[in-house]
Write a protein that binds this ligand. Sequence first.
Ligand SMILES: Cc1cc2nc3c(=O)[nH]c(=O)nc-3n(C[C@H](O)[C@H](O)[C@H](O)COP(=O)(O)OP(=O)(O)OC[C@H]3O[C@@H](n4cnc5c(N)ncnc54)[C@H](O)[C@@H]3O)c2cc1C
Length: 500
Amino acid sequence: MTNSGKRAGSTPEQAEHFDVLIVGAGISGVGAAYHLTQQCPGRRFVVLEGLESFGGTWLMHRYPGIRSDSDLYTFGYRFKPWTGPPIATAEEILTYMGEVIDDNDLGQHIRYGHKITRAEWSSEENLWTLDGIRSDTGEAVHFTANFLWMCQGYYRHSQGYTPEWEGMERFEGEIVHPQTWPEDLDYQGKNVVVIGSGATAATLVPAIAAECGHVTLLQRSPTYFIPGRNVNELADQLRVLDIDETWIHEITRRKILHDQAAITQLAFEQPELLKEELLGAVRDYLGPDYDIEKHFTPKYRPWRQRIAFVPDGDIFKGIASGAATVVTDEIDEFTEKGILLKSGEVLGADIIVTATGFNLSVLGDIDFVIDKEPLDFAKTVTYRGMMFTGVPNMLWIFGYFRASWTLRVDLLGDFVCRLLNRMEASGSQSVKVVLRPEDEDMELGSWIDPENFNPGYLMRNMHLLPQRGDKPEWQHTQDYWTERHQIPAIDLEGAEFDYE
Ligand SMILES: Cc1cc2nc3c(=O)[nH]c(=O)nc-3n(C[C@H](O)[C@H](O)[C@H](O)COP(=O)(O)OP(=O)(O)OC[C@H]3O[C@@H](n4cnc5c(N)ncnc54)[C@H](O)[C@@H]3O)c2cc1C
């Protein structure tokens, strides 16, 4: 980790200026910085990160077993080969990102402990002015920038989402959210109930099962999982043949993306078949007598929520061995000693872990102002889930859910650099997206179609997000396989781009 040592002005008049300002040093922000150095050399830029180091999601999450659920051949960048097992721990991802920063000398551009609180655009000056706070000194900091590249992620890091349940205050044990896992939490020999059914719960349960007295996964409804070995046979075979790692990375990525496209197609065209395949794999671990119907058969169609890969089927092995139990039921209330379920069953607990998801954070909780008017993001329409009507010189990275997030970091990295170079070549000071005459009567809807993808944190907060139109240009389609051709082919002279 490196801080450039330079200080932004502490009064608005002394604001330090950059051509491009990137907010966030997670996998998106570090990727953005890399692409700028490669494709827009000479551009003066800074990455401002609220935390004390890089990594974002992978720095903040510290619960036992924390790991990716995507393979790192595609969750890694396209330009930096991944050489480990496909599913990686947070530590391994941080090491990989640290190498990207060091290999490309990006540290000089990153300022840690800089939390941005306000961003104001002036059309008169064609300039963003940003206010923030330094976490080490509490000092106010001010920057100006021509272009804002928002890489702030999509959820609030400081606090996870925990529903309110009756009687929570009566519970005599500890209630913990995985996002703020206490380093010294002692679960040795304790009875632990993990509430949730997503990837986090599925990771946590096998990671603590051996040390707990017993661990119960309590879910209201089941989720789909893909169990499989944590190896990539193709990559390993290519290694035996002594193929260069750069080639292995590219070939393995293509193979994984090819296979994922086939699964996605199957999910839409033959959901029942895919469902049977997924459930069959679970049945292989749990045996014919286990109630798969009740505990592992979701009500929704596969792919409507992210399908978590379970390396080596570890959660299923834990259940089969008796170290972990799954209970599918609803919570009636918390009691002094545990949880009373709607069925009347009581789950005793010393520790309750609420693996119940995120709080969406729209644009890093920054107050946005456009020409002195507060920006209501929900009133804007999104251009391909990356730019917004009425918001000039700004792009945010919102990745994929059905494919690895980072695929979009690379795709949009190319796009931003192309846009910036186009603007420099023509002397344009600003660009904003506008609805074309043929878009004026377009039907607008919520950010994402719930029929297509509907995780809880999006459903709870859809009203805060920009609107979507009924054409691919005005949506985040979540379709990498189409976008990988469409985004490089975007005509920057199209009527949807308004330059000044
Ligand atoms: C436990 C977990 C596992 C996941 N696994 C996968 C997976 O396997 N595959 C996948 O594709 N996706 C996964 N995701 C989704 C994941 O969050 C993204 O893939 C990716 O890591 C997001 O990267 P990011 O850089 O866009 O955002 P983040 O990782 O959230 O980083 C954003 C950074 O911006 C900083 N920031 C935010 N606001 C401000 C501000 N106002 N001022 C300054 N700095 C700010 C934050 O401090 C943070 O460091 C997972 C998410 C979680 C929580």
